[in-house]
Design a protein around this ligand. Sequence first.
Ligand code: GLP
Length: 249
Amino acid sequence: MIRLHVHPDKATAVRAVAADIAALVRARAAEGRRAVLGLATGSTPIPLYAELVRLHREEGLSFRGVTTFNLDEYSGLGPDHDQSYRWFMQRQLFDHVDVVPAETHVPDGLAKDVAGSAAAYEDAIRAAGGIDLQVLGIGRTGHIGFNEPPAGPATRTRQVHLDELTRRDNASFFGDVAKVPHHAVTMGVGTILDCRRVVLLAWGEGKADIVRRSVEDAPSDDCPASWLQRHAACDFVLDAPAAAKLARR
Ligand code: GLP
């Protein structure tokens, strides 16, 4: 079931999500257990990471007891490439908080044994006890992580081919669409559905159509995000423009 949370703007929305994450991290610390966060990249979660850094600096939120798993990574880009998702996570969050570097995981875009590396990623998530809360954005193709359509609940971490619309949407980060990789490694839709909580963020009118399809159309591999309707605890946190085409709000 998808619970909808519509905020007037993304600043208000990310404050609510960051407070939720902080509560989880503190609750786990009080229990003496690690909190396991699933993290996303793209432009959408940037203000969320800024708010988490602020909570660390100004309100003493510690990430020492946090383990993280990122959704995806471009194939062929190493951690020193400024468009790799490892680089993104270091600059947006990890370099600014007290997370233990060895407790941060991003799929290996350079792995020679791609299938073995993907299986090891699934094993590492399981060994950590599963993901408590997974943050997601959404692509205009309906992708979550880099699960381009068609993709359904049977998919696990693997290498995928990127849709041309996704490559064009991400071209601004690379400066030129020709530089955007054609492949990526991503957690599967099934991997995401196994997370105990899922929080999908979407901002702006450009996401309104795909948000509506994800929430209101019958789940289908043609819109991988629509499978989130089958999750027991999934929140869509939206700003007003991203929610504008929903029948119910
Ligand atoms: C990217 C990422 C996704 C992200 C989506 C939307 O390519 N792989 O995890 O949610 O596309 O990106 P943005 O947040 O920039 O709109």
